[in-house]
Write a protein that binds this ligand. Structure first.
Ligand code: FUB
Length: 311
C-alpha cells in the first residue's frame, strides 16, 4: 500500500510523469547529483554541469534543482562558478552540500592546469577541495575560505555527512583513488586534525565519488567501484573500518557513474547519472544526465540490486 501511495505521489502527478532522465525543463546536461531534503521538505539536487563541446571534463559551474514531487523541477541556475574563485578556473566536478549552523555549505572540487595524456610528467593539472556558503539552499554560494581546504594532483569528489550528533565529516578521494575522511571544525571552514586514509577492510578497487548515509544505526559508504558499478560498505562508525558488501547497480556502457542516496517521504531514492548514447559529434561526448530510481533494503540492512529504468 505504501509503495502504491508513493508511486501515486511520485509518478502520478497530473502535471506530468516522473521519467529518466529527470525533466529539468531544459536540455541542460547534468552529472554527479547530490540529493538532500532540507527543513522545507523539498528535494534539492546539487549537480555538476556538462557543457556542450566541453573538452576533457573542463567543467565550469554547479547547479541546484528543487522539486516537491520529483516530477516538476526548478533550475535555480549556476549557484557557483569557477569564475567566482580566485584559485581555480576549471574542473567544476562533483559537489555536495550540507546544512549546519543555520547556513548551507557547498563542498566542491576545482583546480587548474592541464593533463598531458601523452607525457604525464608534463601535466600541470591539480585539483583541490573548496567550501562555499550561503544563507539559502539555492545559493548563490560564496567561497568561504578563499582557497582549497586541501589540494594535490587529483583531490576530487568531496562528500559531507552530518551525523545525528551534528558532527560533520568530509570525505574525498585522492590522487591514488583511495578515500580520506576528517571531522569538520564547527565553523565548517577547516577540519579537526588531519585527513585520515580510511580502512576499507582490505578491498580497495579504484574508487570515485563517495556517498555516506545512515539507516537504522548503521553507516553506509557507497561509491562507484572502478568508477562504474555502484557498490557499498557498511560500518558501525562514520569513519570505518568498513566492510565491503557488494555491487548494487551494474555499470552501463563502460561509463562512469556518480550517485547519492536519500530518504524522501518514507521512500529511499537513488540519484545517479547516465550517458548520452551514440554521440554523433565530438560536441556530444561527455554529455550526461541525471536519473533516479527507488532503492530498497533487505531485512538484514543490505541493499537490493537496482535496475535502471526509463520511467
Ligand atoms: O563529473 C566529473 C567527474 O566524473 C566526477 O568528479 C567523477 O565522480 C565522475 O563522475
Amino acid at each position: 500500500k505504501l509503495h502504491s501511495a508513493l508511486l501515486a505521489l511520485f509518478l502520478g502527478s497530473s502535471a506530468g510523469h516522473a521519467q529518466n532522465p529527470l525533466d529539468f525543463g531544459s536540455d541542460i546536461k547534468t552529472a554527479d547529483p547530490s540529493a538532500h531534503v532540507w527543513q522545507d521538505g523539498k528535494m534539492y539536487l546539487y549537480t555538476s554541469h556538462d557543457e556542450e563541446c566541453q573538452e576533457d571534463f573542463w567543467m565550469k559551474n554547479w547547479h541546484v534543482f528543487s522539486s516537491e514531487d520529483l516530477v516538476n523541477w526548478q533550475d535555480h541556475g549556476a549557484v557557483l562558478s569557477v569564475d567566482d574563485l580566485s584559485w581555480a578556473d576549471n574542473y567544476a566536478w562533483a559537489p555536495d552540500a550540507a546544512y549546519k549552523n543555520g547556513k548551507y555549505y557547498l563542498v566542491f572540487p576545482a583546480g587548474n592546469g592541464h593533463k598531458d595524456r601523452v607525457n604525464p610528467k608534463n601535466s600541470t593539472k591539480w585539483m583541490g577541495i573548496g567550501i562555499a556558503v550561503s544563507d539559502s539552499p539555492t545559493g548563490p554560494f560564496k567561497d568561504a575560505i578563499g582557497g582549497p581546504l586541501w589540494r594535490e594532483p587529483y583531490a576530487n569528489d568531496p562528500a559531507l555527512f552530518i551525523d545525528d550528533d551534528d558532527k560533520a565529516y568530509l570525505y574525498f578521494h585522492g590522487t591514488k583513488f583511495d578515500y580520506y575522511v576528517a571531522e569538520m571544525a564547527d565553523d565548517m571552514r577547516s577540519v579537526k586534525g588531519d585527513f585520515q586514509k580510511m580502512d576499507m577492510g582490505g578491498y580497495e578497487p579504484k574508487m570515485e565519488g563517495p556517498w555516506v548515509f545512515k539507516r537504522d544505526g548503521k553507516y553506509y559508504f557507497t561509491m562507484p567501484e572502478n568508477n562504474r558499478s555502484l557498490a557499498y560498505y557498511m560500518s558501525d562508525s562514520p569513519t570505518g573500518p568498513w566492510e565491503y558488501k557488494g555491487i548494487f547497480m551494474d555499470e552501463e556502457h563502460n561509463s562512469n557513474n556518480h550517485h547519492s542516496i536519500v530518504e524522501y517521504k518514507g521512500q529511499w531514492l537513488l540519484f545517479y547519472h547516465r550517458w548520452l548514447q551514440s554521440p554523433v559529434s565530438s560536441c556530444e561526448q561527455r554529455q550526461r544526465y541525471t536519473a533516479a530510481e527507488y532503492l530498497y533494503f533487505n531485512d538484514d540492512g543490505t541493499i537490493k540490486k537496482v535496475e535502471r529504468t526509463d520511467k
